[in-house]
Design a protein around this ligand. Structure first.
Ligand code: ZN
Length: 68
């Protein structure tokens, strides 16, 4: 995959796929490349979770908290 000709203009996030934990319990996944953060909304209560891009600690903790 040398030349990834992606025409994602607005966000410079090259179509980042949400981590499993995010897919599991969140929606409206957004990557903020400028802030180097990503965020998603809880499918249950619509709460917005933001954390540093690349980490899922916050999401995981949230899922654990609601499922326990
Ligand atoms: Zn929730």
């Amino acid at each position: 995959m040398a030349s990834d000709n992606n025409t994602d203009t607005n966000l410079s996030s090259k179509s980042v796929k949400p981590p499993e934990v995010v897919k599991f319990a969140f929606k409206e996944f957004i990557v903020d490349s400028k802030e180097n953060k990503w965020k998603a909304k809880c499918t249950t209560c619509n709460e917005s979770i933001t954390e540093t891009r690349g980490t899922t600690t916050g999401f995981a903790r949230y899922v654990f908290a609601i499922s326990s």
